[in-house]
Design a protein around this ligand. Structure first.
Ligand code: AMP
Length: 207
């Protein structure tokens, strides 16, 4: 199973990717995670892309495509993979089509209002990255991490002004890809407004 996941920030893509990875026993490849790991390990690639990620820009297509090409050539991708965060441009989508035949492109569809409610209520433990939601997944003690007891923080990019901007950027970047994959008959729309378990059931059925 070779699938691509699309969906705005706050659509629950990360949670669903973990479920899909376990269920289909294929790796979850997030290009954002790959770049962040390279930066953390101070690799040549990491040095090249550090400033771009910090500024929220897109890494050049050639660099991103090479990285994905190498990753999907690895042994654990023999039976497929879940791509998350890639492709982001038509050039990347075309390069991917040269590398393999996808089974489906899953588009998680969710209203902007829902996304804003989800993201603006999100809180994070600064040291472990564990996520909570003030309404949907609150910590045991308000404002404190369940394990470490540290004060939870709100990520800067989860503040309302930043969320609107992220949604605009997402729509701008992704609409051409949605049109591209729709035309190829690969797009599968999944309503992502419900609970993650229900969304995942729908996704399994649709695939
Ligand atoms: P993400 O975790 O998917 O939001 O990605 C974090 C950052 O990594 C993005 O803001 C980009 O700078 C970079 N990045 C991730 N995936 C891609 C991609 N497919 N093309 C270009 N840059 C990317």
């Amino acid at each position: 199973m070779k699938i691509v996941l699309l969906g705005p920030p706050g659509a629950g893509k990360g949670t669903l990717a973990v479920k899909a990875k376990e269920y289909y026993a294929i790796p979850h490849i997030s290009t954002g995670d790959l770049f962040r790991n390279n930066i953390k390990n101070e690799t040549e690639l990491g040095k090249k892309v550090k400033a771009i990620l910090a500024a929220g820009g897109l890494v050049p297509d050639s660099v991103t495509i090479d990285m994905v090409k190498n990753r999907i050539a690895e042994d654990d991708c023999k039976n497929g993979f879940i791509l998350d965060g890639f492709p982001r441009t038509i050039a990347q989508a075309e390069a991917l089509a040269e590398l393999c035949d996808l089974d489906a492109v899953v588009d998680f569809v969710v209203d902007n209002e829902d996304v804003i409610a989800r993201l603006s209520g999100r809180r994070m433990c600064p040291s472990t990255g564990r996520l909570y939601h003030i309404l949907f997944n609150p910590p045991k003690v308000e404002g404190k991490d369940d394990d470490t007891g540290e004060d939870l923080i709100q990520r800067d990019d989860d503040k309302p002004e930043a969320i609107s901007h992220r949604l605009e950027v997402y729509a701008e970047q992704t609409q051409p890809l949605i049109d591209y994959y729709k035309e190829k008959g690969l797009l599968v729309d999944i309503d992502a407004s419900g609970k993650p378990e229900d969304v995942f059931e729908n996704m399994k059925k649709s695939l």
